[in-house]
Design a protein around this ligand. Structure first.
Ligand code: PDD
Length: 287
């Protein structure tokens, strides 16, 4: 498998970074996950825009312009022998050089960022999984207040996501001060009385690229939708609950904390939206 590290494409086993890298010592970096269908990146422009916003959020200069990123991502994709991929792009604040302390919280002087990219096979939900839906657990969102930055420091998300694994479920739905934020690694949508609802973009959630596509599709196809704060009561009383992400696409949550969501099976709007999403993907890929 070929990966990209600091200007070179090389075999995974040969890709090495310093143990003093800020990403390793401080989780000081940001990332993106770009889905790739039939070797074509989906919504790359939007992912690169969000990468820029994350870099701005941590005050790290973008090492590449959009054209350079596009070129690197396309080259990485071409070097894999599988067609559907999830490409991870990661930028850290690099390694302190010269006489600087080995480990010191403030930004090092003159450190070149570390740029690392790799691709994995993209495994989206099977037809059987979509038909069955998944279960989720809820938890208090105890992350920091800059969840809009796609930071590699994901310890809170990892611990929260593991809670769902321990319960043999697919996701942890997070609530902060009685309101829905998002999933540990996804956005969460709620359907009540035929209205699709999503929490508004803010510093408390990562606004997903998939989230944006879902709302665009709702608008384009006349599906009633509202972007507004969603209370825990509305979540627990939902007719439908979905999780969305670049790797999971749109997946119905049919059980929350052991209680059925709506009828306890994937709802009609989830399958309609999944159909619209699959069609949209194919249209974009053909264009
Ligand atoms: N995560 N919120 C969080 C906390 C996420 O980690 C993700 C995705 C999303 C959805 O964003 P998008 O639709 O752009 O994938 C929302 C990726 C897939 C990951 O970390 O693996």
């Amino acid at each position: 498998m070929s990966v990209y590290l600091n200007g070179r494409f090389l075999p995974l086993a040969e890709a090495k970074v310093s143990v003093l890298d800020r990403g390793f010592l401080f989780g000081d970096g940001v990332y993106e996950m770009v889905p790739v269908y039939s070797k074509r990146p989906f919504r790359l422009k939007e992912h690169l825009r969000r990468l820029q916003a994350s870099l701005d959020g941590i005050r790290l200069a973008n090492p590449h312009n959009e054209a350079e990123w596009r070129d690197l991502v396309v080259k990485l994709i071409a070097q894999q022998d599988f067609a559907d991929q999830s490409v991870c792009v990661q930028v850290t604040r690099g390694t302190p050089s010269g006489a600087q302390p080995l480990r010191d919280h403030p930004f090092p002087r003159n450190a070149a960022p570390t740029v690392f990219m790799f691709a994995q096979p993209l495994v989206t939900a099977s037809a059987a999984q979509k038909a069955a839906g998944v279960c989720a657990v809820s938890a208090v969102d105890n992350r920091w207040q800059r969840c809009d930055i796609k930071a590699i420091s994901l310890l809170a998300n990892v611990l929260l996501r593991q809670q769902s694994v321990d319960a043999a479920c697919a996701e942890t739905v997070m609530l902060r001060n009685g309101f829905l934020t998002e999933g540990a690694a996804s956005n969460i949508f709620v359907v009540n009385d035929g209205v699709l609802m999503a929490p508004p973009p803010s510093n408390l959630i990562l606004t997903g690229i998939t989230y944006d596509v879902v709302l665009e599709l709702a608008a384009a196809h006349g599906i009633p939708h509202e972007v507004r704060p969603i209370s825990e009561v509305e979540v627990r009383g939902a007719d439908e609950l979905w999780m969305t992400s670049s790797t999971r696409e749109i997946l119905a949550i049919v059980k929350l904390d052991g209680a059925p969501v709506g009828a306890g099976v994937p709802g009609p709007l989830a399958s309609r939206m999944d159909g619209l999403y699959q069609t949209f993907k194919q249209q974009v890929m053909r264009a």
